[in-house]
Design a protein around this ligand. Structure first.
Ligand code: ADP
Length: 539
């Protein structure tokens, strides 16, 4: 908004986070709290919660520990695992929290090395079992960057791009040994690191070089007889399950920033999923990026020290389609037209999307008073009114659009995953008892009300014991120093307290059954309460 914005927009495209601008209407391309939710430590915690409930369903995320707080646990668990299987010779990867582009990452063979390595030993980090046997192509390790559109949180709507990027290492892979642990070009697939290798190959083709399309890898695997359909289905499951793990936290942020019933925007977000394929083609989640790079150019050194941006066909092929489809899916005109002419197929506001392909980002009209956005069409290199705004496109015709690259996977496959959404329901209880809108932490009174309304206190679990549980768990979570903005019980602490209550009440059941049973009990009591006081009940 170089000249300041006078009129509200339909779509706001923020560079970093939801909070880049104050907005009260339209749609914004970021969810509040997304950056915090996908940080390495927060993601690991969320995945651990799901692994505790559904160990087999969530075995696509490597075993992880949080440093420094879980160092003793890390040491103890590795010792037990080694004792039970002496042939297990693990390697671990230490990744600083909040780091990106491979920054500060190192490999270790023994937990005791975690204390010594790194310049700041107490820098919070995630240490993870290193996947030693990745799938290799041309003897090189590679990972996959897949683009996922979270179109809506409530109801949950997820789209996955049919193609992604494969980013290659630049040194032939060898399983980790003490001698090669430090060779980043062999073990880390980050583009930002490997670009500095003399072996890095920029290619104009999408199926050669150090960055290729994922579809080109699939073609190759398919020609060797691999079950590519099964691989895709595993990847879709991985994405849906990961988002199910993230939604509880996101919903807490959402209600805090966009309270229900008050004017506010709706949100959508493009996420970058980093996935590693194991030798047996099992996809493993490495991390989720809230701000995946959408660059479609790369730097080229013309002469020593002189750089130029040149188009990158692989990035263009994948990323332009993702942005184009995202705009088609959130197109506010489509909704308006649908409402005005029910039954008529909706037409997109982005005709001839390919002509905009490598155009510069949409730029506002240079005139400070003009509210109509203008794009520069690459084909004619002259400014044109955005179709759907007050003036029509010259010629007035709309060319057929390329088919969608973003495929809906949720709610399409919702049935297969609904049993996993237990923590979501725990978060709904948490939000209900937050009471004052705009907070993300539960006070002691809110926790007591939750216990009382759900009738969880009895002769063997007094209200005094409830207070002790609240204080113990809240103090421990707050001492981890995650979020000091507010005092009180955060969602993860509430989830821990809930699991603890469930375990106490339903000892003989499996963990997920314990939680499901307690949820049913709570929801049933609350529904009865709501029926009795419909006018002034909670929520
Ligand atoms: P960053 O955000 O710094 O890129 P990542 O978690 O993506 O951190 O890790 C960087 C790279 O390290 C990945 O692209 C991948 O090549 C490698 N890597 C990360 N975790 C593992 C793991 N558990 N096993 C094997 N390789 C890994």
């Amino acid at each position: 908004f170089p000249f300041g914005r006078r009129l509200p927009c339909d779509i706001y495209w923020h560079g970093v986070s939801f909070h880049d601008n104050n907005i009260f209407s339209g749609q914004v391309n970021k969810f509040p709290g997304m950056m915090e939710t996908v940080r390495k430590i927060t993601l690991s915690r969320a995945m651990r919660t799901m692994q505790d409930l559904f160990p087999l369903e969530y075995n696509f995320y490597p075993r992880s520990w949080i440093l420094p707080e879980e160092l003793p646990l890390f040491v103890a668990e590795v010792r037990v695992l080694k004792d039970s299987d002496p042939s297990w010779k693990p390697t671990f990867i230490v990744k600083p929290d909040g780091g990106c582009q491979g920054d500060g990452i190192y490999l270790i063979k023994d937990p005791s090395d975690a204390r010594l390595a790194g310049s700041i030993p107490s820098r919070p980090a995630v240490v993870q079992e290193y996947i030693c046997k990745p799938l290799l192509v041309d003897k090189l390790k590679f990972d996959i960057r897949l683009y996922v559109l979270l179109k809506s949180l409530e109801p949950l709507e997820i789209y996955i791009a049919k193609d992604g990027l494969s980013r290659f290492c630049t040194e032939p892979y060898q399983e980790p040994t003490l001698k090669n642990l430090h060779q980043v070009f062999m073990h880390l697939t980050n583009y930002s690191l490997n670009i500095h290798s003399e072996n890095f190959v920029h290619s104009d083709s999408v199926n050669t070089g150090s960055k290729r399309t994922f579809s080109s890898i699939l073609c190759r695997l398919s020609s060797r007889g691999a079950d590519v359909k099964k691989l895709w289905s595993d990847i879709i499951s991985l994405v849906i399950k990961t988002i199910i793990a993230l939604t509880p936290e996101l919903k807490v942020y959402y209600q805090s920033d966009i309270p229900a019933g008050k004017p506010g925007p709706t949100c959508f977000q493009i996420l970058g999923f980093d996935i590693l394929l194991m030798k047996n083609l099992k996809p493993m989640l490495l991390e989720v990026n809230a701000n995946p790079s959408m660059r479609i150019e790369h730097e080229q050194e013309l002469s020593p020290g002189v750089f130029e941006n040149v188009p990158s066909p692989v990035d263009e092929e994948v990323k332009v389609a993702v942005i184009r489809d995202t705009l088609r899916l959130v197109d506010p005109q489509k909704k308006k037209r649908k409402d005005a002419h029910p039954g008529h197929p909706a037409r997109s506001i982005i005709p001839e999307a390919s002509a905009w392909a490598a155009a510069p980002a949409p730029r506002p009209c240079p005139c400070p008073t003009c509210p109509t956005p203008v794009l520069v069409c690459r084909r004619c290199a002259s400014p044109e009114r955005v179709p759907g705004s007050s003036e029509a496109l010259p010629g007035g015709t709309e060319a057929p659009l390329p088919s969608l690259c973003l495929k809906q996977v949720f709610p399409k496959y919702a049935k297969q995953f609904s049993h996993l959404r237990l923590v979501d329901r725990v978060a709904a209880l948490f939000i209900r008892f937050l009471g004052v809108k705009g907070t993300t932490k539960l006070g002691p009174t809110g926790f007591r009300t939750f216990i009382r309304n759900c009738k969880l206190s009895n002769s063997s679990f007094s209200m005094a014991a409830v207070d002790i549980l609240y204080i113990d768990i809240t103090r421990r979570w707050n001492s981890m120093g995650i979020d000091h903005r507010e005092s009180g019980m955060c969602l993860q602490a509430f989830v821990e307290a809930f699991f603890c209550l469930a375990q106490k009440k339903y000892k003989s059941l499996a963990p997920h059954e314990q939680v499901a049973s307690l949820l049913e009990l709570c929801e049933c009591h609350l529904a009865a309460l709501d029926e009795r006081r419909p006018l002034w009940g909670w929520g």
